[in-house]
Design a protein around this ligand. Structure first.
Ligand SMILES: [Zn+2]
Length: 195
């Protein structure tokens, strides 16, 4: 990727090397050619209900068993699975998604802070996934992001996995049952009228 010169206003994809740019445009065809870095803010949804559910199997399928578009070899990006730590440390922010009208696929994006260089601009990974969680492709603004399996993409995948898993699990129902039980015990011990 070419470096951006001060004051330069070229689109992100125009700064990629020709082969990288060709691959980039190929990837975004899955979301009708919309460039995630150019989608207006108002089009994104921050509602967790709109996120496709990424299971751990989907994540392993992509990072380990998926094939590189450049070498056609299995990615085997085991290091990206370590990026779970980046997510649990709180470096993933502003997770949001966008699905073009009539399209079966969504793009999910986030900001990922540098864990040791907080003054530097956050990185911007994105993932394109089908509605049932199959990861089709990914990208990131870091140097390794062109390879589609950097730790920032991994951290975003784990953020979505955790978010959708908690939302769609039995947890909310369990919490409300627990709260209801606590209130009942409290009422019985503090509010019972003398007989
Ligand atoms: Zn990255």
């Amino acid at each position: 990727m070419e470096k951006q010169r001060p004051g330069e206003k070229r689109k992100y994809s125009e700064r990629l090397l020709p082969e990288e740019r060709r691959r980039y445009h190929q990837k975004i065809l899955e979301i009708d050619g919309n460039d995630p870095y150019d989608i207006p803010t108002r089009c994104w949804s921050a509602n967790p209900d709109d996120l496709p559910e990424l299971s751990y199997i989907n994540i392993v399928n992509y990072f380990v068993l998926g094939k590189s578009a450049y070498t056609c070899e299995q990615l085997k990006a085991y290091k990206s699975l370590d990026s779970y730590r980046l997510f649990v440390s709180g470096w993933v922010r502003d997770v949001k998604c966008y699905r073009p009208d009539g399209c079966q696929n969504s793009v999910i994006s986030a900001k990922v802070l540098h864990s040791q260089r907080l003054n530097e601009p956050a990185l911007s990974p994105w993932i394109i996934a089908t509605s049932d969680g199959n990861i089709l492709s990914a990208h990131c603004t870091c140097m390794a992001g062109v390879g589609e399996t950097c730790t920032h993409v991994g951290a975003l995948a784990f953020a979505v996995n955790t978010c959708t898993h908690i939302l769609r699990s039995e947890l909310p129902a369990l919490v409300s049952r627990l709260i209801g039980r606590c209130l009942k015990v409290f009422a019985e011990s503090h509010l019972s009228l003398p007989t």
